[in-house]
Design a protein around this ligand. Structure first.
Ligand code: DX5
Ligand code: ZN
Length: 216
């Protein structure tokens, strides 16, 4: 499976409507929405009202990546605003509360994802694997678009891919940060299914459709 999820973080916000139109014609299945609260990650991005506006501008699956210190509080707000996938960081929550959040999302009919920063060991997500719909491997330190791909994180992708095969689990593996044709190919070979790309799609000099197609 190959799903492309362009990250709105790299959008030109002075031309949001135009960019969303181009996004809709790009062939991407999902739209990645990076929520940063200025605490968990050193950047402040966008909230629920903007997601509600985006919901009106596209039929793409809304893939919300919460980089916040209180994922339980914000998950609920983003679900109400139209999120279809909500992915939160294991570093921000203990396992008991994290699993409760996964179950709460499922009760609301929303897919749940869990993720980890590059410095966090691969085992940190083990308690979540039987229950989540997606595992996100961060290939940059959360905070900004346009950073370089950390190839050592592909070890984690291989681990989660092997784990799902061995345990007959069906979660998707998503990769986020520094994805282009080259790093996307390496990620695919390692076992990824969902490819987040900010700069490569929204800032592609040949246009967004080319950005998406070149990844595919
Ligand atoms: C980084 C964000 C990413 C970012 C990716 O903290 O989680 O989703 O937008 O941007 P690129 O593809 O430019 O690295
Ligand atoms: Zn992201």
């Amino acid at each position: 499976m190959t799903i492309i999820s362009p990250s709105l973080l790299s959008c030109d916000f002075s031309r949001l409507a135009e960019q969303m139109k181009e996004f809709n014609e790009s062939g991407a299945e999902w739209l990645h929405y990076d929520v940063m609260d200025g605490h968990f990650a050193p950047n402040l991005t966008f909230g629920t009202d903007i997601l509600k506006g985006i919901r009106k501008m596209t039929d793409a699956v809304l893939d919300v990546h919460l980089m916040v210190t209180d994922p339980t509080y914000y998950a609920d707000l983003f679900v109400k605003a139209g999120a279809q996938f909500v992915t939160f960081h294991t570093e921000a929550i203990d396992v008991e509360k994290g699993l409760a959040l996964v179950r709460l999302l499922h009760e609301k009919g929303v897919k749940a994802g869990v993720t980890l920063c590059p410095a966090t060991p691969v085992e940190a997500l083990l308690p979540y694997l039987p229950e989540v719909d997606m595992v996100l491997v961060m290939s940059v330190v959360p905070g900004f678009g346009g950073q370089s791909f950390m190839a050592d994180q592909l070890e984690k992708v291989r681990y989660y891919d092997q784990y799902r095969k061995e345990h007959d689990l069906h979660y998707l593996i998503q990769i986020d940060g520094g994805i282009n044709e080259e790093t996307g190919k390496l990620s695919k070979e390692a076992g990824c299914d969902v490819f987040v790309a900010g700069s490569h799609v929204f800032k592609n000099p040949k246009g967004m459709k080319h950005g998406v197609e070149s990844l595919r």
